[in-house]
Ligand binder design. Structure first.
Ligand code: VGL
Ligand code: ZN
Length: 212
């Protein structure tokens, strides 16, 4: 078995463990809160942790309610390409945008907020959905000297997926801690995401592969 025991150049990246993505939230991921205890144990294994927070203004472009004629979960044509539209979620300053109370966000050295531009969504922690606008995270992680990034959180098939793929493009090694993630799974999007991450060169592991 490969030894995934974290080293000082490893970083755990916790994606969007927020109230709106857990049961009872506005864009609840089925079983989304199941990641909370798994991530809690991982937090003690890593020297370094960063977290992302989906952080939209009211009336954000990605909300179905901001479009003339769209229902949540439909795909619309944005100027930058296809965009799924969602129920209003993770609105800046609301309870739904806060981290899940079981997630020890105090362990995070950096909290990166994304999706704050009213006209562009941002699934990836590295690039907004126009696939051009950088969030600055790659520069930060590189400057910190991190080499291997271990991803967990919500949702596997959207924000985790795009973050993993972009991490690889940016030259990091990327690991998907599968049982520390849950998916939205729209029309087969989970299978598509796993295939895309595999193809891009991500390694899929389990939380138990990270030695105590
Ligand atoms: C996410 C849809 C919309 C995610 C964020 O965190 O995966 N998905 N906004
Ligand atoms: Zn969002």
């Amino acid at each position: 078995m490969t030894d995934y025991r974290p080293t000082p150049t490893d970083c755990l990246v916790v994606i969007d463990v927020q109230n709106d993505f857990t049961p009872g939230g506005a864009l609840a991921v089925a079983d989304g809160d199941a990641v909370v205890p798994v991530i809690d144990a991982l937090l003690d294994r890593f020297d370094h942790v960063v977290a992302t927070q989906d952080w939209h203004p009211a009336n954000h472009f990605s909300f179905a309610s901001a479009q003339e004629n769209a229902q949540p979960f439909e795909t619309i044509a944005a100027e930058y390409g296809p965009q799924t539209v969602w129920p209003d979620h993770c609105v800046q300053g609301t309870k739904g945008a806060e981290f899940h109370p079981g997630f020890r966000a105090q362990r995070a050295e950096l909290i990166l907020r994304k999706g704050y531009r009213i006209g562009i969504d941002s699934y990836s922690a590295f690039y907004e959905n126009d696939r051009q606008t950088r969030t600055g995270l790659a520069g930060y992680l590189r400057e910190r000297g991190f080499k291997r990034l271990f991803f967990c959180g919500l949702a596997t098939d959207f924000c985790v997926r795009w973050s993993v793929e972009d991490a690889l493009k940016e030259g990091f090694d990327a690991f998907l801690i599968e049982d520390a993630c849950r998916a939205i799974d729209l029309d087969g999007s989970l299978d598509a995401a796993l295939a895309a991450m595999d193809e891009a060169g991500a390694k899929r592991i389990a939380a138990s592969d990270i030695a105590a």
